[in-house]
Design a protein around this ligand. Structure first.
Ligand SMILES: Nc1ncnc2c1ncn2[C@@H]1O[C@H](COP(=O)(O)OP(=O)(O)OP(=O)(O)O)[C@@H](O)[C@H]1O
Length: 312
C-alpha cells in the first residue's frame, strides 16, 4: 500500500503506436475532489479507463488503493464506483429494484442490501420515489440514484464523468452538495468535466490534460499564479488620468487592458486597489468603480491553453 488512493507513474496508452496518454504522473489523496480538465481528446477518459482496469496501460504503473486495476480488477471494482455520463439503469425497474439488482451482483445478502439501499436512498433524498419506475425519473434523479449506488456499495473512490451535464441549476447544486458531503466523509472523488464553474465550486485541485499529458496539477489559485503571474483581476473605471501608465508602474502588475470607455482590466500578483486608487486621485483623476477578484478557473484555464498553443 503506497498511502495514496491513486498513484500513477509514467502512465501511457498507445493506440496504433500513437500515445493518447503520454507518461502521466498523478497522485490523489483520500477525501480529495480532483477535477480532470482539458479539451476533447486530451486523454481524460482513457486515463479513467486505465484507473478502472477497463483498458490496459501500454506503459507505466497505476495503483488504486494500492492495487493494480489490471491484475486485480475485482478488488478495484469493489471499491471504486464509476458514474458515466449517462448512467445505465433499467427503466422498467424501480429505483430500489435497480439497486437490489446491483447489490445481488456485488454479492450482498438481500437483508444487508435492503438496509443499505434504504439508507442510500434517504441520503440522496430519493426515499419518497424509490418504488417508482426509473423511466419516470428526471436526469437529476437518475444521477442521484447513481450516487446512491456508490453509497450502497461503500465505494471509497468515485469517478464521475460530467455528473451535472443537462441538470438545471437547482439540481446541479443539490448534486454538488451531496458530492461535498461524500468527500467530507472520506470518499475520494475524481470529476471529469468541461463545466469549469462546477469544477471550481467543488474541486480541491484540478489536473489539466493537454495532448495526453498533464500540463498542470494543483489548486485554482496555483493555476492562476502560474498562468497570469498573479491571481488578482482588478476592474477599474476612471477618468482624467493616465490609467495605463499609472497601473503599469505598480509592482506586481502583469497586464493592463482597456475594456471600454474609461474601463480597465488589470492583472496583478497582489491586491493593488488601494495604491491604484490613491495614485489616480493624486494624478487628478476621478474614480468611478474599483473591484478585485481572484482569476476564475475559466479565465485561468483559457490562459493556460492559449499559452500551450503558443508554445506548440
Ligand atoms: N479505442 C480507441 N482506439 C483508437 N483511439 C482511441 C480509442 N479511444 C480513444 N482514442 C483516442 O484517444 C484520444 C484521447 O481520447 P479520450 O476519450 O481519452 O479523450 P478525453 O479527454 O476523454 O475527451 P472528451 O473530453 O471528449 O471526453 C482521442 O484522440 C481518441 O480519438
Amino acid at each position: 500500500m503506497t498511502g495514496h488512493v491513486i498513484e500513477a507513474t509514467g502512465l501511457t496508452k498507445r493506440y496504433n503506436g500513437t500515445a493518447v496518454v503520454d507518461g502521466i504522473d498523478l497522485t490523489v489523496e483520500e477525501g480529495e475532489v480532483l477535477g480532470l480538465l482539458g479539451p476533447n481528446g486530451a486523454g481524460k477518459t482513457t486515463t479513467i479507463l486505465m484507473l478502472l482496469g477497463l483498458t490496459e496501460a501500454s506503459g507505466g504503473t497505476v495503483r488504486v488503493l494500492g492495487k493494480d486495476p489490471v491484475r486485480d480488477p475485482l478488488a478495484v471494482k469493489r471499491e471504486v464506483g464509476y458514474l458515466p455520463d449517462a448512467v445505465g439503469f433499467y427503466d422498467n425497474l424501480t429505483g430500489r429494484e435497480n439497486l437490489r439488482y446491483t447489490a445481488r451482483l456485488g454479492g450482498l445478502s438481500p437483508a444487508e442490501a435492503d438496509s443499505k439501499i434504504d439508507a442510500a436512498l434517504a441520503r440522496v433524498r430519493l426515499d419518497g420515489v424509490g418504488d417508482r419506475r426509473v423511466a419516470t425519473y428526471s436526469r437529476g434523479m437518475r444521477q442521484r440514484l447513481g450516487l446512491a449506488e456508490l453509497l450502497m456499495r461503500d465505494s471509497r473512490v468515485a469517478i464521475l464523468d460530467e455528473p451535472t451535464s443537462g441538470l438545471d441549476p437547482q439540481s446541479t447544486e443539490e448534486l454538488l452538495e451531496l458530492i461535498r458531503t461524500f468527500s467530507h466523509d472520506g470518499m475520494t472523488v475524481l470529476i471529469s468535466s468541461h463545466m469549469l464553474d462546477v469544477v471550481q465550486s467543488i474541486c480541491s485541485r484540478v489536473a489539466l490534460f493537454n495532448k495526453g499529458r498533464i500540463g498542470f496539477v494543483g489548486t485554482v489559485a496555483e493555476l492562476a499564479d502560474r498562468v497570469a503571474d498573479g491571481a488578482f483581476h482588478v476592474e477599474l473605471g476612471a477618468e482624467g488620468a493616465d490609467v495605463a501608465g499609472i497601473a503599469g508602474e505598480l509592482d506586481g502588475v502583469s497586464g493592463v487592458a482597456q475594456t471600454g470607455d474609461g474601463q480597465w482590466a488589470i492583472t496583478a500578483s497582489r491586491d493593488v486597489r488601494d495604491e491604484l486608487a490613491r495614485r489616480i486621485v493624486e494624478a487628478g483623476g476621478a474614480l468611478r468603480n474599483l473591484a478585485a477578484r481572484r482569476l476564475s478557473l475559466g479565465e485561468a484555464y483559457n490562459l493556460f491553453f492559449r499559452e500551450a498553443a503558443n508554445e506548440a
